[in-house]
Design a protein around this ligand. Structure first.
Ligand code: GMT
Length: 375
């Protein structure tokens, strides 16, 4: 069989979608596909050198006549160039806009016939709430794609409701690599961060956008640490970061909250964590939940989007209403005070992540989609 060539278009450094796109590319390369990333920057998780992974840089020109550099146009022409030169079979676009739209445009320019797979990650649909002008364009991106996937059932439903489209959308969940439990690369991590051995550790990892409601994490933690010796790790960076820092100082939590900024090794940070909080008001999936769960960390999440498809309420974590700080606090305390309960949730969290969301299972679903389109 001829080696199949897959082009992946993504924002390689943006949160979960970048992680999923990059890890998918790595898995495909390991299964002997040729993988061509088409993007502005090298995917950040691409640490190892693979002979069959190629990176095609999209250079965004800064012509004086444009107010903004035309990323979309540069991307479309790069995709078209790569389709023909590398003889691609599939373009897998992560995000309907701009990536699927650019891929559709590129397909019209290129000479070679290719198929387009589009994965919706949620943010496209969120944009509709902000700007209805995109309605028609997202619908076009979906209808012109040869196959469309959404990362959760909730996102699939939401997309169909918002756009009234007939085209089937398939749910392919995000995935996680199985990791070894409790293997710390730094045994003294707690000590290094000034966390006492008996103190409980809560963690929140996000891109600090407003939708993540990091304030809620802080106010819940304030209530918790009134009752239990604990520390809060805040991992990530984004538009709300400075405001959250000020809030932490204003309510006198600066000695209990540890700001870590962007971190590569979240495995170690999760290994020293007792509980993960994701209290967003919008979240199509919440990849960070899987990252926590596979490390045996139970999660408290909100009753929105794909979160209840990942956390099984009362078994490996708890689901609470958005902004219900009292309920969230009580559920956290329940788990933090009862070691046996937390251990049981921890085991269930890991087995749930591995049983339903492991990379081998989900990557195979994408592979089947590609093969059905190519053959
Ligand atoms: O949440 C973000 O702001 C980043 C965005 C992204 O592009 O990674 O996240 C979206 O895609 C992730 C991967 O599929 C999902 O895990 C996130 O839930 C989703 N974010 C939203 O729906 C807000």
């Amino acid at each position: 069989m001829m080696t199949k060539k897959i082009g992946i278009v993504c924002y390689p450094t943006v949160g979960g979608s970048g992680v999923v796109a990059t890890e998918l590319g790595i898995h495909l390369a390991e299964k002997n596909y040729d993988v061509h990333f088409i993007s502005t920057t090298m995917p950040f998780r691409l640490k190892k050198l693979y002979p069959n992974i190629y990176f095609h840089e999209v250079e965004v020109s800064n012509y004086p006549v444009f107010k903004e550099p035309p990323y979309d146009l540069s991307l479309a022409s790069k995709i078209a160039e790569v389709i023909d030169r590398e003889e691609l079979d599939i373009i897998h676009a992560h995000y309907a806009i701009p990536h699927a739209i650019c891929a559709i445009f590129a397909r019209q320019m290129a000479e070679r016939k290719i198929k387009i797979v589009t994965t919706l990650h949620g943010t496209d649909i969120t944009i509709l709430g902000i700007d209805q002008n995109f309605n028609q364009m997202i619908r076009y991106a979906i209808e012109q794609s040869d196959y469309v996937t959404a990362v959760s059932e909730s996102l699939r439903q939401q997309t169909e409701d918002a756009l009234h489209i007939q085209k089937p959308i398939d749910v392919v969940y995000n995935f996680i690599e199985p990791v070894d439990l409790y293997t710390l690369t730094n045994e003294n991590l707690k000590e290094d961060f000034g966390i006492k051995q008996h103190e409980k550790v809560l963690i929140h990892i996000s891109n600090f956008r407003q939708v993540k409601r990091v304030d809620d994490v802080i106010y819940v933690f304030k209530r918790i640490q009134n009752q239990i010796d604990s520390k809060l790790l805040l991992v990530g960076d984004g538009p709300e970061h400075s405001r959250i820092r000020n809030l932490v100082n204003d309510i006198n939590l600066q000695d209990q909250v540890i700001f870590l900024g962007r971190q590569d090794n979240i495995h170690d940070l999760l290994t020293i964590s007792d509980l993960n909080l994701l209290l967003s008001e919008k979240e199509s999936f919440g990849l960070v939940l899987l990252e926590a769960m596979v490390n045996g960390v139970p999660c408290i999440g909100t009753d929105i989007g794909g979160i209840p498809e990942v956390i099984v309420d009362g078994e490996n974590g708890y689901i609470c209403d958005v902004g219900d700080l009292e309920d969230i606090t009580n559920k956290c305390l329940l788990l933090l005070k009862d070691t046996e309960l937390r251990q049981s949730f921890s085991q269930h969290a890991r087995s749930h992540a591995l049983n339903y969301f492991s990379s081998d299972k989900i990557v195979k679903q994408y592979e089947d989609i590609y093969m059905n389109l190519i053959n």
